[in-house]
Design a binder for this molecule. Structure first.
Ligand SMILES: Cc1cc2nc3c(=O)[nH]c(=O)nc-3n(C[C@H](O)[C@H](O)[C@H](O)COP(=O)(O)OP(=O)(O)OC[C@H]3O[C@@H](n4cnc5c(N)ncnc54)[C@H](O)[C@@H]3O)c2cc1C
Ligand SMILES: *[C@@H]1O[C@H](CO)[C@@H](O)[C@H](O)[C@H]1NC(C)=O
Ligand SMILES: *[C@@H]1O[C@H](CO)[C@@H](O)[C@H](O)[C@H]1NC(C)=O
Ligand SMILES: *[C@@H]1O[C@H](CO)[C@@H](O)[C@H](O)[C@H]1NC(C)=O
Length: 337
């Protein structure tokens, strides 16, 4: 397999996690990450990075979805008990979800049974936050901060002899003949590259504030959340379906500030560090598939790994593992294997 030449397109959480998985599984292959944008310019950088697949998150079947989530959790949890954890931006984080509407909103069948603690909140805990919450759950999960994880993963990849190139692809045919296979981790970029109309942006805006005393996350109804990270606390948020607007919106800012301050008055007057907007690459289901694409000059072996919506940091390891299994399948018959 020594001459295998594999390209991974995209350098967000999905692309870099996939690139590391390819290196791990194909030790002698030459692996190249090609991407237009890196680190602070990706959607991944905007994420708070809470390990929490939403109940609507879905792969092609429930069994596959659950396997992705289980593999992902174990991957992050294994990293969390190494000396690298804080360099990679991984840590444990506990907190609450609250609802006034229904007990179902605070339950999550993907997480119950997977996380070490997932239980109903007590009466006392329900009044920790303002809002007259009727239902709540407490759970102990992980946080993966991409501001740390993306540079850590890129360095690890380079240390394993990977190559990183800055390049915007306008067509797949640019790659034909150059690689034995390509893994497509372009997030929302796939919409343009491939006219995949199932991909929809779900716009989110967040505030980053300085509140180092805040050590617990709070997640309330209507996309209001307070999530402490390594260097700041993320306040959110919103989910605007089919919006491509990457500009900061002052009405969103005011709404997030008001909702978060009313949830947790003690964060009032926490200094604002910055604001960020990202477009979650939503697709139902997330696309982890192999495909042989005919280009004008050649046939290119492609594995897709995109469309993780609001849960791409959470599910990057499991979907990447699956994508690399498909890579192995699509390469069978390759004379170099
Ligand atoms: C406000 C907000 C909060 C979030 N919070 C969480 C959270 O708490 N937990 C969680 O799990 N998820 C969260 N998410 C979701 C998460 O950010 C995404 O699911 C994840 O970032 C998707 O990763 P990705 O690698 O597919 O995409 P991206 O990070 O967008 O990376 C795509 C890469 O592909 C490259 N690319 C695209 N097109 C081309 C092209 N034509 N040529 C070359 N390169 C190309 C880009 O340059 C980039 O490098 C949040 C998202 C937002 C917006
Ligand atoms: C979850 O994943 C771990 C490690 O990847 C594995 O050992 C375990 O059997 C899996 N559990 C289930 C229920 O699939
Ligand atoms: C990287 O390449 C160098 C030179 O070819 C080699 O000595 C080294 O073992 C390689 N490292 C890894 C992690 O593959
Ligand atoms: C990504 O996937 C789409 C959908 O099939 C495809 O059209 C596009 O060319 C792919 N891009 C790359 C770089 O593989």
């Amino acid at each position: 397999m020594s001459d295998l030449n594999i390209a991974v397109i995209g350098a967000g959480a999905i692309g870099l996690t996939t690139a590391l998985e390819v290196q791990k599984e194909f030790r002698n292959a030459r692996v190249t990450v090609l991407a237009e944008k890196f680190n602070t310019d990706t959607t991944s950088f905007v994420a708070a990075g809470l390990f929490r697949p939403g109940t609507s998150f879905c792969g092609p079947t429930e069994t596959i979805t659950r396997k992705w989530i289980n593999d992902s959790y174990h991957h992050w949890n294994d990293l969390n008990v190494t000396a690298e954890a804080s360099l990679a931006g991984v840590t444990e984080l506990s907190g609450y979800m609250f609802s006034k509407i229904s007990p179902d909103i605070v339950r999550n069948s993907y997480l119950e049974g997977l996380l070490p603690i997932y239980r109903a909140a007590t009466e006392e805990e329900l009044s920790l936050c303002n809002g007259g919450w009727k239902y709540g759950s407490f759970f102990s999960t992980l946080l993966i901060e991409c501001g740390l994880y993306l540079p850590w993963a890129a360095n690890k990849f380079l240390g394993g002899n990977g190559t990183i190139e800055t390049k915007k692809l306008s067509s797949l045919s640019e790659l034909a003949g150059k690689y034995d296979a390509v893994i497509n981790c372009t997030g929302l970029g796939a919409k343009y590259l491939c006219n995949d109309f199932k991909l929809v942006p779900i716009r989110g805006q967040v505030l980053k504030v300085h509140a180092p005393w805040c050590k617990t996350f709070f997640y309330a109804e209507f996309d209001t959340y307070i999530i402490p990270g390594f260097n700041s606390v993320t306040l959110g948020g919103c989910r605007q379906y089919d919006s491509f607007n990457l500009d900061i919106c002052k009405y969103d800012y005011l709404s997030i500030q008001e909702r978060c301050e009313s949830l947790l008055p003690s964060i009032k007057s926490s200094p604002l560090i910055g604001q960020r907007v990202g477009l979650r690459p939503h697709r139902d289901p997330v696309r982890v598939e192999k495909e042989i694409v005919a280009t004008p000059t050649d046939k290119l072996k492609v594995v897709h790994n995109y469309g993780h919506g609001g849960y791409g940091v959470t599910t990057a390891p499991g979907t990447s593992k699956h994508a690399v299994e498909l890579l192995r399948e699509i390469l069978i018959g390759n004379s170099k294997m």
